[in-house]
Design a protein around this ligand. Structure first.
Ligand SMILES: Nc1ncnc2c1ncn2[C@@H]1O[C@H](COP(=O)(O)OP(=O)(O)OP(=O)(O)O)[C@@H](O)[C@H]1O
Ligand SMILES: [Mg+2]
Length: 374
C-alpha cells in the first residue's frame, strides 16, 4: 500500500470527549443494566472515576432508547434559576413550542422565552423573586413529568451531580421533594467524585438516600479493548503486534481514556515512523515527556505525606494500610495514611478498584518512578 494513502487515513482512536459510534467499544452488559433500570420506575446513580466513560455510556444507551431525554451537566450550572432555565430550554428542544405555550403560562413565575426566527434557537430566562426560586424548578420539572406517558417515560440525566452541593445548600433537599412525585421520569445521576456521590445517595441523613440504584462503572475488559485496538489498526492497515497491544493494555490497566490516548499516539507514530518493536515503550516515554512540566507542578502541589504515599504506591507492591508500607515510606501512622488516601482519591490522584489503590494516571506513575531515581 502506498504511504500517502495511509497518511490520509483518520486515526481510529479518540480520547478527551464523549465517544460514540466506531469509537465506542462494548459495554454490552452495562448498556443492558442501564436499559433494565430505564424500563422500570427506578432511578439510576452511576459512579466512576474521572474519564471512565460515564457520559459516553449513558449517551450511547439513550441513542438506542426511544424515550425522550434531557441531558444537563451540573458543572455548567451556578444558580437555581440557571438550572430551571436550562431545563426549560432543553424541554423546548424536545417538545413543540405550541404544546408548551399554555403550560408555561400557568407557571407561578413566568419565564422570558424568545425564539430566534432564523435559527429557531430558544432562549429562556427567569427573574426570580426572593425565596421562591425553587418554584421555578418545581414548575419546570412537574411540567416535564406531565408530558410522560405510561409507555413512554422521560429520561432526565444530571451529569456531575455532586456539583449540586455547590449550587445551593438547600437544593438537594428541595429537589428530592420535587422528584419523588415524578412517576413518569427516570432520573439518571452521574458523578465522578465517589465519596461525594456516595454521601448523597448512601448516607441516611442525606435527602437522596437510596433514591436510585447504584451502579459502579469498571474499566473496559481486557479482551474487549484488545479486540477493539486490533480492529482499529487492522481497518486502517496500520501494523501492530498482539504482544504490543498486550503491552499497551498492561500499562494503562484498561483505563478507557488513557488506553485510547496511548492507542491514538502509537497509531500516529507507526504512521509517521513505520512500525518498530519498541513503538509502545517509545510512545509512553514521549507522552511522559510532553507532560513533564504539568507533572512537576502536580508534584509540587502535594504535601510531604501525600508525596510519600504516592511515591510508595508507585514503587512498592505492598498494601498502603500495611505496616510494611508504613516502614518503607516513613508514614507510620495508619490513620495518617488513611486520611491522606481518602483525600487523594477525592482529588482524583488515586483510584480504588479491585481492592487496591492505584495512581490514576499511568504516565504520572511512570514520571514519579523516574523522578525518584534521579
Ligand atoms: N465505551 C468506550 N469505548 C472506548 N473508549 C471509551 C469508552 N468510554 C469511554 N472511552 C474513552 O474515555 C474517554 C472519556 O469518556 P467520557 O467522557 O464518556 O468519560 P466520563 O467518565 O464521563 O469522563 P468525565 O469524568 O471527564 O466526565 C473518551 O474520550 C474515550 O477516549
Ligand atoms: Mg462525563
Amino acid at each position: 500500500m502506498g504511504k500517502l494513502a495511509v497518511k490520509n487515513m483518520e486515526n481510529p482512536f479518540k480520547f478527551g470527549s464523549v465517544v460514540g459510534g466506531v469509537h465506542f467499544t462494548n459495554r454490552v452488559n452495562e448498556i443492558q443494566q442501564v436499559k433494565s433500570i430505564l424500563n422500570s420506575t427506578n432511578h439510576l446513580v452511576l459512579i466512576a472515576p474521572r474519564r471512565f466513560g460515564k457520559t459516553s455510556l449513558i449517551k450511547k444507551t439513550l441513542e438506542s432508547n426511544k424515550s425522550k431525554s434531557i441531558f444537563i451537566d451540573m458543572q455548567t450550572i451556578n444558580t437555581v434559576e440557571g438550572f430551571a432555565s436550562k431545563l426549560l430550554k432543553k424541554i423546548y428542544d424536545i417538545f413543540t413550542v405550541e404544546g408548551l405555550k399554555n403550560k408555561v403560562k400557568s407557571f407561578r413565575i413566568i419565564p422570558d422565552v424568545s425564539i430566534n426566527p432564523i435559527t429557531q434557537e430558544v432562549s429562556v430566562s427567569f427573574n426570580p423573586q426572593g425565596e421562591n426560586k425553587i418554584h421555578l424548578l418545581e414548575d419546570v420539572l412537574n411540567m416535564l413529568n406531565s408530558f410522560a406517558e405510561k409507555k413512554n417515560r422521560i429520561i432526565c440525566v444530571l451529569d456531575e451531580f455532586q456539583e449540586i452541593e455547590r449550587i445551593d445548600k438547600s437544593l438537594s433537599r428541595q429537589l428530592r421533594s420535587i422528584m419523588q412525585n415524578h412517576s413518569g421520569i427516570n432520573y439518571i445521576f452521574l458523578g465522578s467524585q465517589e465519596s461525594m456521590m456516595k454521601y448523597i445517595f448512601e448516607n441516611k441523613k442525606s435527602p437522596f438516600y437510596h433514591f436510585g440504584s447504584l451502579m459502579n462503572l469498571e474499566p473496559i475488559s481486557k479482551n474487549d479493548f484488545f479486540d477493539f485496538i486490533k480492529q482499529g489498526f487492522y481497518n486502517t492497515e496500520t501494523k501492530i503486534d498482539d504482544a504490543q497491544i498486550t503491552e499497551l493494555l498492561l500499562f494503562t490497566s484498561c483505563h478507557p481514556y488513557y488506553t485510547q490516548q496511548l492507542a491514538f499516539t502509537i497509531w500516529n507514530n507507526v504512521q509517521l515512523h513505520n512500525h518498530s518493536n519498541d513503538v509502545v515503550g517509545n510512545t509512553i516515554t514521549e507522552i511522559v515527556q510532553i507532560h513533564d512540566y504539568d507533572y512537576e507542578r502536580l508534584w509540587q502541589n502535594l504535601n510531604n505525606t501525600d508525596r510519600k504515599i504516592i511515591a510508595g504506591l508507585s514503587n512498592f507492591d505492598s498494601k498502603p494500610l500495611s505496616s510494611e508500607f508504613g516502614k518503607k515510606t516513613g508514614v507510620n501512622s495508619s490513620s495518617t495514611v488513611h486520611s491522606a488516601i481518602k483525600r487523594l482519591i477525592e482529588q482524583g490522584y488515586l483510584i480504588y478498584s479491585g481492592n487496591s489503590y492505584t495512581i490514576e494516571d499511568p504516565y504520572f506513575n511512570l514520571w514519579i518512578k523516574k523522578f525518584m531515581q534521579q
